[in-house]
Design a binder for this molecule. Structure first.
Ligand code: NAD
Ligand code: MG
Length: 386
């Protein structure tokens, strides 16, 4: 775990939701609506969906509302512009920052929240991929902590349950395999945007849904796990599990394996990230029915057909700016794919090309990492737009 917060805090805690209009943001607000005795929505931010943000603000009465894109008409009392993320993350009434922004845009808010001693309930995995070491340093300086929202990492945290890292032999992240799990290479070459967005088990934002189709999402999660749990890459594995019921496995040094399970709903890991290490009674998801959810099956990853996973793990192993280059190249390639300006296999191709050109850039500071991020976006844009 990154950082050590005030475990088991009592009383009503203020929550900031960064990215409140997205898939995780709206899920979190559903959870918080049921848990008003313990949590208060203290701050909300969104990128451009002013109408939904207004609805949310009217319902939850936060003290702070921020809208990044001020092309929309500014509401009285709202803050606009990209600084609102850091302002919300460091607000005096906020104890927990749920970072549900998509992409490297969430980085500064995570670092600022950790510096100000807050708990970061982290959905924005890109933060740790771009700057895992900086996040750990910020937490150590400021007293903040990260509790993961990603279902796999929440599962691992719950399985490890405070046992020392020396007792963990390896962790195995499960991957649904995405919409293209059984597809032939030939069919993958012709995959469309609509097909990539049709995820079989999870309803998510567009970028992470494409990441699940390429398996770049699992690469981001391997790097996220490396930083969260301090494990070397050769002790982090991936297995395909199409039903998304087993959220991950932890194998301990005695050979015993624990898994955490649940119906595929992000409400469970969102709530746990707010309450860890405690649990609160909640009835948001249907009861677990093992027979109904059967059968549970597992498959090997088809690395040759989904090369983004291996590229990401190699970038993680290389360290420095390589993970930031991997992430930025992926973000840019996915954006071009979603605009219809690149094909499905252009995504891993562009990532490989960016890593070949830029993986050895320096990565010791926020500025160096942001420079590597910008260079990777430029590289991919030029490669795919010509
Ligand atoms: P989404 O696209 O549905 O929502 C993203 C949110 O971030 C929106 O509220 C949007 O307004 C805001 N946003 C987008 N760009 C921004 C910017 N540049 N500056 C500030 N705000 C911005 O995405 P999502 O599916 O909710 O995913 C959010 C994060 O959570 C991602 O990092 C994703 O990988 C992670 N995550 C999502 C799921 C899921 O089930 N959706 C599961 C695990 C992890
Ligand atoms: Mg996940």
């Amino acid at each position: 775990m990154i950082g050590r917060g005030a475990a088991g805090a009592r009383g009503v805690q203020g929550v900031a939701i960064l990215g409140s209009t997205g898939s995780i943001g709206t899920t979190a607000l559903r959870v918080l609506s049921r848990q008003q005795d313990r949590f208060r929505v203290a701050a909300l931010t969104a990128f451009s969906n002013a109408a939904l943000l207004r609805e949310q603000a009217e319902l939850h009465h936060p003290s702070y509302v921020g809208l990044v894109n001020d092309c929309a008409r500014q509401e009285r009392g709202w803050t606009t512009g990209s600084d609102c993320l850091v302002e919300a993350a460091t607000h005096g009434e906020v104890d927990i920052v749920l970072n549900a922004v998509v992409g490297a845009a969430g980085l500064d808010a995570t670092l600022a929240a950790l510096e100000s001693g807050k708990r970061v309930a982290l959905a924005n995995k890109e933060t740790l991929v771009v700057a895992g070491e900086l996040a750990a340093e910020a937490a150590a300086r400021g007293g903040g902590e990260i509790v993961p929202v990603d279902s796999e990492h929440s599962a691992i945290l719950q399985c490890i349950a405070g046992r020392p890292g020396a007792e963990v032999r390896r962790i195995v992240l499960t991957a649904s395999g995405g919409p293209f799990r059984g597809w032939s290479r030939d069919r993958l070459e012709r995959a469309t945007i609509a097909e990539a967005l049709a995820h079989p088990t999870w309803q998510m934002g567009r970028k992470i849904t494409v990441d699940s189709a390429t398996l770049a999402n699992k690469a981001l999660e391997v790097i996220e796990a490396h930083f969260l749990f301090g494990l070397p890459y050769d002790r982090i594995e991936v297995v395909v599990h199409p039903q998304s019921v087993v959220h991950s496995f932890v194998e301990f040094v005695d050979g015993s394996v624990l898994a955490q399970m649940g119906v595929p709903s992000m409400e469970l890991p969102v709530l746990y990230a707010l309450t860890h290490p405690n649990r609160l009674p909640d009835t948001g998801v249907p009861p677990f029915d093992a027979v109904e959810l059967s059968p549970l099956t597992f498959e090997r990853v088809r690395h040759d057909d989904f090369p983004a996973l291996r590229l990401g793990i190699e970038a993680g192993r290389a360290g420095g700016a390589a993970p930031a280059v991997f992430n930025a190249a992926n973000e840019q390639a996915v954006a071009l794919f979603l605009e219809g300006r690149a094909r499905f296999y252009d995504i891993p191709g562009a990532i490989a090309s960016a890593l070949d050109a830029l993986a050895t850039l320096p990565g010791g500071s926020r500025e160096a990492l942001l420079a590597a991020d910008a260079a990777a976006r430029r590289h991919v844009f030029e490669k795919l737009s010509c």
